[in-house]
Design a protein around this ligand. Structure first.
Ligand SMILES: [Ca+2]
Ligand SMILES: [Ca+2]
Ligand SMILES: [Ca+2]
Length: 164
């Protein structure tokens, strides 16, 4: 019995994973082995457990909260994304992953901003960031493995292919 359906939930994820979907569309590049799991796999052992997931979200929040006031403005969020784009460009990717809009529809900032007040609080970020990690944990053992993430990614790609 499969818990996950490649439908609404996957569609909701597509904004979050659009960067990796672009990366895997270029299998010959050096980013061909990129997985969104890596953004949370702090010890690089190929899986993310619950404590690591929380720690990674704390770190990701701190990376985006440039002025350290425990909230992320749109400007801070955009600046952090720009830094990520530049880092990915150094990995040899010619195309900017942020340039093509968000195939999932919703802007990632709006998805994080739960109460839509234009600012992402730390509580909102910790609640909403990286939900695809939880969704990918198909056997619900609290650990998301690279294989589980690859499975989710292939479902997202299949679903995107059906829509195009
Ligand atoms: Ca890990
Ligand atoms: Ca801030
Ligand atoms: Ca699992």
């Amino acid at each position: 019995m499969r818990k996950m359906r490649p439908g609404v939930a996957v569609l909701a994820l597509m904004g979050a994973v659009s960067i990796s979907a672009c990366a895997t569309a270029q299998p010959g590049g050096r980013m061909g082995n990129f997985s969104p799991l890596m953004m949370f796999d702090l010890d690089r052992n190929g899986e993310v457990d619950e404590a690591e997931f929380q720690a990674a979200k704390e770190r990701r929040f701190a990376q985006r909260d440039a002025d350290g006031d425990d909230s992320i403005t749109r400007a801070e969020f955009d600046a952090a994304n720009e830094r990520m784009r530049q880092r990915m460009a150094r990995f040899g990717r010619g195309r900017s992953p942020g340039g093509a809009g968000f195939p999932g529809g919703r802007d990632p900032f709006e998805r994080l901003d739960g109460n839509a007040d234009g600012v992402v609080s730390k509580a909102e970020f910790l609640e909403n960031d990286g939900q695809f990690i939880l969704l990918a944990d198909s056997n619900e053992d609290g650990v998301t493995t690279r294989a589980e993430m690859d499975e989710l990614m292939s479902q997202v790609r299949n679903y995107a292919g059906q829509r195009n």
